[in-house]
Design a protein around this ligand. Sequence first.
Ligand SMILES: *[C@@H]1O[C@H](CO)[C@@H](O)[C@H](O)[C@H]1NC(C)=O
Ligand SMILES: *[C@@H]1O[C@H](CO)[C@@H](O)[C@H](O)[C@H]1NC(C)=O
Ligand SMILES: *[C@@H]1O[C@H](CO)[C@@H](O)[C@H](O)[C@H]1NC(C)=O
Ligand SMILES: *[C@@H]1O[C@H](CO)[C@@H](O)[C@H](O)[C@H]1NC(C)=O
Ligand SMILES: *[C@@H]1O[C@H](CO)[C@@H](O)[C@H](O)[C@H]1NC(C)=O
Ligand SMILES: *[C@@H]1O[C@H](CO)[C@@H](O)[C@H](O)[C@H]1NC(C)=O
Ligand SMILES: *[C@@H]1O[C@H](CO)[C@@H](O)[C@H](O)[C@H]1NC(C)=O
Ligand SMILES: [Zn+2]
Length: 912
Amino acid sequence: MRLFVKVLSFLLVIIFFSVHGLHNNSTEISIEPLTYRLPNDSLPLSYDLTIKTEIHRKNLNFVGNVKIHVQIQNRTKKLTLHYHGIVIDFVDLLTVNRNEMIARNLTLHKLPKFDFLIILLPREFNPNEEFILNISYHGKLTKSKLGFFYSSYLDYNNTEIYYAATQFETIYARRALPCYDEPAKKAKITLSIIHGKDYRAVANTEMISSLPFDENQDYLITKFNTTPSIQTYLLAFSISNFQYINGLNSRISQKIYANPIDIAEGKLNFAASVVGPILKGIESLLGIEYPYNKLDHLSLDLEYFGAMENIGLQIYDINEINFKVHSYDKARTNKQKLKVIRTIAHETSHQFFGDLTTPAWWNYAFLNEGFATLFESLIPSIIFPQYHQMSHFFIKNFPDAFARDTKELNSWSMNKYTENPNELWTKFNRIGYQKSGCVLRMFMEVMTQKTFIKGLKFYLNEMYWKTATPDDLHRNLQVAFDQDFPTVILNISELMSTWENQAGYPLVTVTISGSNLKFSQKRYPSGNEEIYSVPLTIATKTNPNFNHTTPKQWLLTQNATFTQSELEFNATNNDWMILNIQQVGYYRVDYDTALWQAIISQLNENHEEIHPINRAILQEEIALAWTEFNRVTACDVLNSLNYFDKEDELLAWNKADKIFDEFYTKLFTTEQFPNYLEFLNALTSPIMKNLGFDDLSDEDVHITDLRDIVKRWNCKALNSDCLNHEKLKFEYFYQLNKFDSLIDVCSARRNIKNMDKIIKEIVNNKTVIDRSEAFRNLGCALDEKEIKILLNSIRKYPDEISTKEISNIIWQTFDKSPIALQSVLDFIEEDTHEFYNLFSTSALYNFLTSVAKLIYNEPIMEQFRRILTVSFDDFTTSKNCYLSITGILNDNQKWMDKNYKNIENWFNKRQK
Ligand SMILES: *[C@@H]1O[C@H](CO)[C@@H](O)[C@H](O)[C@H]1NC(C)=O
Ligand SMILES: *[C@@H]1O[C@H](CO)[C@@H](O)[C@H](O)[C@H]1NC(C)=O
Ligand SMILES: *[C@@H]1O[C@H](CO)[C@@H](O)[C@H](O)[C@H]1NC(C)=O
Ligand SMILES: *[C@@H]1O[C@H](CO)[C@@H](O)[C@H](O)[C@H]1NC(C)=O
Ligand SMILES: *[C@@H]1O[C@H](CO)[C@@H](O)[C@H](O)[C@H]1NC(C)=O
Ligand SMILES: *[C@@H]1O[C@H](CO)[C@@H](O)[C@H](O)[C@H]1NC(C)=O
Ligand SMILES: *[C@@H]1O[C@H](CO)[C@@H](O)[C@H](O)[C@H]1NC(C)=O
Ligand SMILES: [Zn+2]
C-alpha cells in the first residue's frame, strides 16, 4: 500500500463515523472478549463468493452470498467471523460434499465494537469436522473509498458515470463480505460478479466466463478463476465501463484499466510502457517468478491510499499513475515519470513482499512496507539508472524517518504490537515505511547487496504462500551470509532486532582520546539507555575508500575504543575521518571539534575526496554540531559552505539548502546581510554558469533539480542575470495567460519601476480577472520608493482594495527584503490600531510571530517591541501571545550574542 500524507488523520475519522450493520435476527452480546483477534477454534478453507451490483444504474445496493468452507480446530458450539456495515439475511449450515442442509437459519449474535459476527451452531463440533457456512447478506457501496466503494467520473458529455471497486487493506474486506478478516487466516477464493451487461468486472484472477444471467439479458455473470490461498485483505474486484491498454514488453499479460477519457488521452501510456520492465526487474533481481499469469493495473479515485497491491490487480489513485507530458516544461515531466515508476515498483514488489509471503500479523507490517520502500528505489535504480532513484531514497527517507522517530513525537518500534482496529493505521506511518526501509537498506549494505538479495530469495522460497515473522527473515539472511562469508561471525537476528524492537535511533559520538578513538552511542535526542547494534563504516585520509559499506567494526555497547592505527587514522597529522559511509547506518554522528576542523579543511581543499552522500550528511551534521552540540562555531559552518562554488552534486545542495536558509533569515535585518548575499552570489554564479538558466528536455533529473536549488539562491542573492531571466520567463507566461508554479514570480518582479501604474490598473480596471494573482509579489520590489507606493495605496484606495487584499499584501511583502520589512513596520507604526483591525486575533498573532522570527537587529527590535506594546494593550486576553512573541525576540537576542561577532569577523576576513 502506498500512503498519501493526508491519510492517517482521515482514517481515524472514518473509523469513528462508520455505520454498523444490523441483521434482522440477532442480539447484541454484552460480554466483551479480551481480544480483537479471532478465536482459533475454526479456520476458513475456501470462500465461494457471489456479489450482485447495480452500479451501472447508479444504484448503490448490492447483495452477496458467500459459502465458506470451514474446518473446526477446537471443540466449539459457535463460530466468530468479521463483518461490518452489511446486513446478514440468513446463515445456513450445509454439508461439504453435496451442499445438503444441516441446519437452517442459525441464530446470530453481533459484537459491533469488535466487528464480530457470532454464529451459534446447532451442536458442538469437534476438531477436523468440516461444513459449509452459507451466508446471504446485502449492503450498500460506501462513499468512503474503503471496503466495497463507488465513485464516478465525467464522460465527454459531462455525464456522471459510476463505477465500483474495493480497498480491503487493512480491515475493510469485512465491509464487503462476512469473513475471517485477519492476515494469517488465508483461504482460496472463488468469485462471481453479477453486473450490468455494459459493464466489465475485473478481479485478482483471470475471468473464466462472462454469460447472460437473466432472461432479459440485462445482466452478465462473470466468473473468475479460484485464487490460491490468500488473505482477505488482498482480495480485490472492480465493476466499471473502463477500458484498457496492454502493458508492453511483459512476460505475462498486464492490462492497464482506466476511464475511457484517460485512456483516449494517452494518460496511461507511460505506465503501460514500464509495468513490464519493472516486473522483469524484480523477478530477475530476486530470481523468483511472479506466480500468477496476469497482473492488472487499475487507475481510479482511491482518495485515502496512493495505491494498493492486491494480488494480480493493483489499484492506483489516478494521481499516482496518470502521466501527461507538460508541453512547455519537458524537463519537469521527468519528475512525474519518476513518481509513476516509483508507485508501480512499490506495488509490484509487494506481489513478493506482502502477497507471496505475508506478515503473520500487522505488527510485522515492515516486512511489507519496509521492503516496498526499499524496492521502489532499488528496482528503478537498476532498470532506469537515469532517474537516480537511490538518491531519492536518501533525500526523502532518512529525514522523514529521523523526524518521525524521536521520543518527543512518541515514537514506537517497527515491531510494536497492536490489534485494536483504531490503532492499526499506526503501523502504516513513517516508522512502517521510511524507517523500515532505512533499516533494511542498512543491512543490505552491511551484508553486501548480493548476499542480502540471496537471503531474500531463500526467505521468499521458504515462506512461499505462507505467513512470516522477522525470525523467518533473519534466519534466511543468516544462511546466505554464512555461505558467502564463512569466516565472519555475525548474528543477523541479534543485530537486526536492536533496530526492529526498539524505537528511536542513536547519536554516535566520535572523540580523539590520546592514541585512541572513542565511539559512544546514545539514543537521540533522549531515551531509556537503548543500545543499538551500530555498524561502524569509516573512511579516513589514509584510507579514503567510500565504497566499502561493510563495517570494519561494530559498536554493540554504549562505548568502544579503537587505536588510531587500527582505523588507519593519525590525529597528529590532522587527518580527517568520516563515519557512516554513504549513510548506510540509520544513525547520526557527532564529531569532536578537532575532527570537524580536519573535515572542513578537506572540503575546502578537495571536496571530491569525500563521497557526495557524505558531503550531504555533513551539512546536516554540522548544523547539529553548531546548534545542539557546540562543537563548531558559525565561522566553521560558513567555512564548510565556502567550497560550494565547486559543489555540483544535488545531494549536497539539497542538505545545505537549510543552512543557507538559516543564515538568510538570521542575517536578514543585520548589517551583514549584503555581505551574505554577495557570498551567496559568489557561490552560486559559477554553478549557474555551468548549468545555464533553462531546463533542457533531455537532461538528467539530477541536473534539473540542482538547477532549481542553485537558481533559487542565485536569484535570492539578487544576481541580475537571474532576475532578468525570471522576468523574461514571467512575461512570456503572462502573455500565454498561464501562471506556472515553476516561475519564481518574486524574482521576476524585483525590478518593478512603475508600481503606481500597476496598482492603478488593478484598482481601476475591471478586466483584471485574478486580482489576488495581480497583487501577489508586488512586495518583492527592491526599490524603497516602489514599496512605499504599494503600502500607501492601501490608504489611498480605501474603497477599492478590500481588507482581505490588504492583509494579503502585507503578508506578501514583509519578508521579501530588509527594505520591505522596514517599510511594513513603519506602515504599522503610523497607525497601529487601524492595522490591527485588518486581522483576526489569531491571524495577527501568526503575522507578528513571523515578523519576530526575522528580527536580529537591535534598533528594529526596539521598534517592533513598541508596536507589540500597542498591540497587546488592545488584546487584554493575549498575554500569552505577547509572551510567546517576546520570547522569540529574546531567543533571537541570545543567538546574536552567541554568533554575530563571529559572523561579522568571518565576513570582514572574507572581504580582504
Ligand atoms: C429471531 O429468532 C427468534 C427465534 O430464534 C424469534 O423468536 C424472534 O422473533 C426472531 N426475531 C426477529 C426480529 O426476527
Ligand atoms: C482448544 O481449547 C482449549 C481449551 O479452551 C485450549 O487450551 C487449546 O489451546 C485450544 N486449542 C486450539 C488449537 O486452539
Ligand atoms: C429466519 O428465521 C426468522 C425467525 O425465526 C424468520 O423471520 C426468517 O424469515 C427466517 N429466514 C429464512 C430465510 O428462513
Ligand atoms: C454524447 O452524447 C451524444 C448525443 O447525445 C451521443 O451521441 C454520444 O454517444 C454521447 N457520448 C458519450 C461518450 O456518451
Ligand atoms: C568506488 O566506486 C566508484 C563507482 O563504482 C568507482 O568509480 C571508484 O573508482 C571506486 N573507488 C574506489 C576507491 O574503489
Ligand atoms: C561510556 O562513556 C561515558 C562517558 O565517556 C560514561 O559516562 C559511561 O559510563 C560509559 N558507559 C559504560 C557502559 O561504560
Ligand atoms: C602521524 O603523523 C605525524 C605528523 O605528520 C608523524 O610524525 C607520525 O609519524 C605519524 N604517525 C604514524 C603512525 O603514521
Ligand atoms: Zn506498500
